[in-house]
Write a protein that binds this ligand. Structure first.
Ligand SMILES: [Fe+2]
Ligand SMILES: [Fe+2]
Length: 315
């Protein structure tokens, strides 16, 4: 068995004092070791102490049990004993673990297919527990990992899409395209992505290629919609022009490109990167409104206020 036969899970998705319907493995010294047998039970103290050590790297479930794991997480979502805030945390953790998997999957077409249930789960949760949506967003202070970033951008984009009155099918497509907006970063070197400190000119030039890289990756897939391609290729365009790679403006930019431009900037500003201090939500909004307003579709920027206001009011 190779590590490809397993996928990572977060222990926070495991409920203590209940029989667990799949084997859990840990990865030690380049070996997968069976940590808990199917049907086993974890004591509360054990789960709590392991949570502290859980870096998201070390706990795995076999690929053959992927559906079992998904069903298990789903049953947490239906439980009446788990609070909506805890459900939000479980949904986030399980989605991020699956996303890590998706982003490392060379088959982007398959990954896009697999992302559909994640988006449906998110939409369902946003419908049943609107007051807990802000708990889906990670606390600021985490590092700027592509998975966390993509997930957060997806939540904000879905919120914005709802505020703009999109129907369910459009929202599903928006959620997926937001998850994959930075897929082109696969082709940017890790040294640049993780560099501590500002990028030099050459590094910046490579970074700015990620929309093109992304489009190329998506174009290799059959049946990728225009909207998904646009979110990837046009999310660094600017409403008033001057963006990249095409330097298009206004309604020339696909609505999904305009949405992700907004939610992507907001998330980048409010998130800890390796070299900056995150802004408070109110500071980021003021900055977007006063200094960067020309970059965004004004109607969408307005709708974004109401989304963030609702999330803040609910948290
Ligand atoms: Fe980007
Ligand atoms: Fe991004």
């Amino acid at each position: 068995m190779s590590t490809n036969d397993f996928f990572r899970i977060r222990l926070s998705t495991i409920r203590p004092l209940e029989a667990i319907p799949f084997d859990i493995f840990i990865y030690i010294d380049s070996k997968m070791i069976n940590y808990l047998k199917q049907g086993g039970i974890m004591k509360t103290e054990k789960v709590v102490s392991l949570h502290q050590k859980d870096t998201g790297e070390s706990f795995y479930v076999g690929m053959k049990d992927k559906q079992l794991y998904r069903d298990y997480v789903k049953s947490s979502m239906n439980s009446v004993t788990i609070s909506n805030n805890d459900k939000a945390a479980i949904l986030r953790e399980s989605s991020i673990a699956l996303l890590e998997d998706l982003f490392e999957n060379p088959d982007v077409g398959q990954a896009l297919m697999d992302s559909k249930p994640i988006v449906s789960d998110l939409l369902k949760f946003m419908e049943i527990a609107p007051e807990s949506i802000s708990n889906l967003i990670s606390l600021s202070g985490h590092d700027f990992y592509t998975y966390n970033h993509s997930f957060d951008v997806s939540i904000y984009s879905l919120g914005l899409g709802q505020a703009l009155g999109f129907d369910k099918k459009t929202l599903e497509e928006l959620g997926q395209s937001s998850l994959f907006h930075d897929v082109g970063k696969r082709n940017v070197s890790l040294d640049i992505l993780c560099k501590k400190g500002p990028l030099d000119e050459n590094e910046w030039a490579q970074m700015r290629m990620h929309p093109q890289f992304g489009l190329k990756i998506l174009n290799e897939q059959p049946n990728i919609s225009e909207a998904i391609r646009a979110a990837c290729y046009e999310h660094h365009e600017s409403w008033s022009g001057g963006g990249y790679p095409q330097d298009i403006s206004g309604h020339e930019i696909h609505p999904f490109g305009r949405i992700v431009a907004l939610t992507d900037t907001y998330d980048a500003m409010t998130t800890q990167r390796s070299y900056n201090v995150p802004m408070k939500p109110s500071e980021a909004l003021t900055m977007m409104k006063e200094k960067l307003s020309g970059r965004f579709d004004p109607d969408m920027l307005k709708a974004m206020y109401s989304v963030l206001f609702k999330m803040k009011a609910a948290s």
